[in-house]
Design a binder for this molecule. Structure first.
Ligand code: TNX
Length: 553
């Protein structure tokens, strides 16, 4: 039985007494052992009714409460508090691995912030000391999976790779009291933090759990992008798609075409100053994301959405004349000169330079909303760019219009138009699902929402939550669906405060769609989402307090 197995795991490395003392669970019968979640296929194991009281988002694949269900002081979660982090807590981790050490350091930081005590990180030597939090590499389902046991004598987190350990630490973080999110709590005295006794075995439903930030319509600084990285990491997302070029701005330094940023980077919607990332700054974002197991996906939108490039270089235009910069919000009017070979030399330079500073395997070529080309010219363009992207060792991604082209087996289609023809989408070798009427973070929540657009409809929380990625495009092979992504377009947002208001809480909704097994339970989700309020407040997140969610504060 899983419950005893959990103690067995624990007993292997921690004091046996810990398990012997663990109060008998009085919740549901132990869930069936969770199978690794095959995309779309995994059935939800029975979860204890009170698992929702843990306040975890996204919901893990399997949770077993080891403690009794008692309310814990101010914390709105259930379970006894058999593990007390604080003075005496030691993190045991393989300090010879830089990656494991880094993750242990991240856990140490959360413990310090929650308790006022910085735990020592020590290498494993035989039996772990009492009150140890052990991070171990060991077999669990897939690379992103983890197995976590919290019991009175200690905590044991096992994962086959760094990614799983990192997600297990994010779960521990959400199990710790919310005040661990404050950066500078001053403690008169160390304050122990209770972790509820629980056994969690977790694995993501989908490999692609993404968010997109449009830094082209309005520019966001490196620090602001890092803040977005932090928010997506907290919710176990693993892709950050950066929309780096559009009509209103070009945001990434290309050394062979310096005016792209010198001229094309100096505008944005509304006429503000714009901005751009040097290649070194972009590399800094990529490294910061990689430390959180997030792959950056760079997008240069083409052949449409290219006014910033066209206005920077006259020779990219069919007539040899540069248009003025554009600071409005219309779409569909611009296009690269697709019949001119010179255009493809330009594209090859851009792809080569970006590929060289992008360790991830993807390059997104946009391809959306082209209203000035014939279908034949459009298709030929996509296929030519696809070949360039392949030459530079990357997999091409394009918005769903590109599905009309002949695509390589490695290419990926990002579905966004709610009315895109399913017959075309089914031709896609791989699909990322970003249906605009469910996942677009820039849609208004309700008619009165001051920020955002509404062309794809209003998206209150339940609308964002209530759909199944596995059945959105009928007759698509489940294996073709890589996962989900939530795009945040920035026509109506100029600051991080505004961005957070549209993104949160819907980013957490899409994170759950990407991670948690189906079928999902709206009632459980509302409660767990509501429990994030003090945590997000501590992080300074300007989230929308949707009236249908029972926010705990
Ligand atoms: C459609 S989504 C666009 C963007 C806009 C967005 C606004 C997509 C591929 N194209 O250019 O910013 O709508 O919601």
């Amino acid at each position: 039985m899983l419950r005893h197995a959990a103690c067995g795991v624990l007993a292997g490395g921690l004091a046996l007494a810990a398990c012997a003392r663990a109060p008998k669970p009085h919740v549901q019968p132990a869930p069936a052992p969770s199978a690794p979640a095959a995309a779309g296929a995994a059935a939800r194991p029975t979860l204890p009714q009170d698992a929702r009281g843990l306040g975890l988002v996204p919901l893990p694949a399997s949770i077993e409460m080891l403690g009794t269900a008692e309310r814990l002081g101010t914390a709105e979660r259930l379970g006894t508090a058999p593990f007390q982090a604080g003075a005496g807590t030691v993190i045991v981790a393989d300090t010879s691995s830089a990656e494991v050490s880094r993750i242990a350091g991240q856990l140490a930081l959360f413990i310090r912030r929650a308790t006022g005590v910085t735990p020592k990180i020590v290498a494993p030597t035989g039996t772990p000391p009492a009150s140890a939090m052990v991070l171990a590499i060991g077999p669990v389902d897939s690379a992103e999976s983890y197995d976590l046991t919290v019991a009175p004598g200690g905590v044991r987190l096992t994962a086959p790779a760094g990614a799983g350990l990192f997600y297990g630490v994010q779960t521990l973080r959400q199990l710790l009291p919310y005040w661990g999110e404050y950066e500078a709590v001053l403690y008169q005295q160390p304050r122990p933090a209770a972790l509820p006794a629980v056994h969690i075995r977790d694995t993501p439903r989908y490999q692609w759990r993404g968010a997109m930030l449009d830094v082209a319509r309005h520019f966001f600084t490196v620090d602001e992008v890092k803040r977005v990285v932090d928010l997506i990491a907290l919710h176990k997302m693993n892709r950050l798609h950066l929309h780096l070029a559009d009509d209103q701005g070009w945001r990434i330094e290309i050394k062979t075409w310096p005016d792209l940023t010198a001229k094309g980077g100096a505008t944005e919607v509304g006429g503000g100053p714009g901005g751009f990332y040097t290649q070194a700054q972009y590399a800094d974002i990529v490294a910061y994301a990689a430390d959180r197991f997030i792959t950056v996906v760079p997008e240069i939108d083409m052949p449409g959405h290219t006014n910033a490039a066209l206005s920077s270089y006259a020779e990219l235009n069919c007539q040899g004349q540069a248009p003025p910069p554009f600071t409005g919000t219309d779409v569909g009017f611009s296009s690269l000169c697709v019949e001119m070979d010179f255009t493809y030399l330009f594209i090859a330079d851009v792809v080569r330079e970006i590929a060289a500073i992008t360790p991830g395997p993807y390059f997104h070529m946009g391809g959306d909303e082209v209203k000035t080309l014939t279908p034949a010219h459009y298709r030929a363009f996509v296929e030519r760019v696809q070949a360039i992207v392949q030459t530079h060792g990357k997999q091409m991604i394009g918005w769903d219009e590109v599905a009309v082209a002949t695509l390589l087996p490695t290419s990926i289609v990002q579905h966004w138009r709610p009315d895109a023809a399913h017959s075309e989408l089914r031709r896609a070798p791989h699909l990322i699902l970003s249906p605009a009427d469910r996942t677009y973070l820039d849609m208004k929540y309700e008619r009165e929402t001051a920020l955002g657009l509404s062309w794809a409809g209003l998206i209150p929380i339940k609308t964002a939550y209530d759909w199944d990625p596995a059945t959105l495009v009928p007759e698509t092979a489940p294996s073709a669906i890589l996962g989900v992504e939530a795009p945040l377009w920035s026509e109506t947002i100029a600051t991080m405060r505004d961005a957070e208001f549209l993104a949160m809480p819907r980013l957490a909704v899409i994170a759950e769609l990407g991670w948690s097994p189906a079928p999902r339970d709206w009632e459980s989700f509302r409660v767990r989402l509501g429990a994030q309020a003090p945590r997000w407040t501590a992080l300074g997140v300007n989230f929308y307090r949707a009236p249908e969610i029972p926010w705990t504060r």
